[in-house]
Structure formats: structure tokens, C-alpha cells
Design a protein around this ligand. Structure first.
Ligand SMILES: [Zn+2]
Length: 102
């Protein structure tokens, strides 16, 4: 297993908030990048009532950066077991999404 830290990009949008809006149910989630890396433009719906739609990134154009985030983009440690497309995504500098622990 390669050291994932070696492939991590230097900057990214670490600490920045973003909003993803669902094209189908119009639900939205607020995310924050807790690590440097790449986040996708489109993600599967993560709204409270998850639908089959896709959510589109607001490209970090969030006026109020003090808004509370419900989800965070993180870089998994090498110990985390990843496979297939997910591993590929992470090796290319991609971050993974998870719900923020309250
Ligand atoms: Zn939706």
C-alpha cells in the first residue's frame, strides 16, 4: 500500500465551506473541507430524505463562511481500507465525504 500523504495536493480548499444542492428534491447539504484535496462537482443526494437525484456543487461560493456544516470532506488515513473506484479517487488526491459527528 502506498503512502497516501505523498499523493496529497498542497493546497485545495481546506477549511472552506461549500453547499451542494440537489437537482431533484432541492435539498441541500453544507460541507467543509477538513483536509486539502479534490472534491467532486456532483455527488449523490445526501439531503435528509435522500432521493435518487444528484447534488451540484456551489463551487465554494458561500457568502457566510460561518454557516454550520453537516458533512465534511476528509482524507482517509492509509489504515483505512479502500477499494476500487474509491481508492482510485483518493490516490488522485480526492477527498471522501462523511457526516460531521455532533
Ligand atoms: Zn435529493
Amino acid at each position: 500500500m502506498e503512502d497516501l500523504k505523498r499523493t496529497a495536493p498542497p493546497e485545495g480548499f481546506k477549511g472552506k465551506k461549500n453547499i451542494y444542492v440537489c437537482e431533484k428534491c432541492r435539498g441541500h447539504v453544507v460541507t467543509v473541507d477538513v483536509d486539502a484535496g479534490v472534491t467532486p462537482f456532483m455527488i449523490a443526494c445526501e439531503a435528509v430524505e435522500k432521493c435518487s437525484g444528484m447534488m451540484k456543487s456551489s463551487m465554494y461560493r458561500v457568502f457566510d463562511q460561518d454557516i454550520g456544516a453537516s458533512h465534511e470532506w476528509y482524507r482517509p488515513s492509509i489504515a483505512t481500507s479502500l477499494s476500487g473506484a474509491t481508492l482510485d479517487h483518493v490516490m488522485k488526491g480526492g477527498l471522501l465525504l462523511r457526516r460531521v459527528k455532533k
